[in-house]
Design a protein around this ligand. Structure first.
Ligand code: CUA
Length: 166
């Protein structure tokens, strides 16, 4: 193989590498531009001073939308979860929106993948589906004070009229 052969292959591979790098950078730019890169939670801010009096979290509730979405508006504070009992349908999307007026708490539905931090000043927002009906314990898993260990609530996943969905 002559030196000129090597030279040609070198140039081909350099060109290929350059094209690949351009593609990667292009994909990154498109992703950043179109979808905006951001963390999945803790991006929506709220004034913790107003949480108890002048915010959706002043009146914690579970909203059953006609399209099948269940929305849980919860306030997590020393040393309780509101609402204390949350009823949701099995196999349907449940959107949790919650915040804390005082210190950092945890919101963990034991035995499921629902587990977030609830931080004063931010709205924790996630959507999940519970595939199995039953009663689940909700616990605070961030130490938040003397009665941290007594902080708990109940999630009741109820069968729907059509039976359990896959
Ligand atoms: Cu709230 Cu620990």
């Amino acid at each position: 193989m002559s030196a000129s052969h090597v030279n040609v292959y070198e140039k081909i591979w350099i060109a290929l590498a350059a094209v690949m790098i351009a593609c990667f950078l292009g994909a990154l730019s498109v992703a950043a531009g179109l979808h905006a890169v951001h963390p999945p939670s803790h991006v929506e801010t709220i004034d913790p001073v107003l949480v108890r009096t002048d915010s959706p979290y002043a009146t914690p509730e579970v909203i059953y939308h006609p399209d099948g979405l269940t929305e849980v508006i919860a306030r997590v504070e020393m040393f309780r979860f509101l609402p204390a009992v949350i009823r949701v349908p099995v196999g349907r999307p449940v959107r949790f929106r919650m915040t804390s007026p005082d210190v950092i708490h945890g919101f963990q539905v034991v035995g499921t993948n629902a587990n977030v931090m609830v931080i004063p000043g931010y709205v924790s927002d996630f959507t999940t589906t519970f595939p199995n009906a039953g009663e689940y314990l909700i616990l605070c898993n961030e130490y938040c004070g003397l009665s941290h260990h007594q902080m708990q609530a109940k999630l009741i996943v109820e069968p729907t009229s059509e039976g359990e969905l896959p």
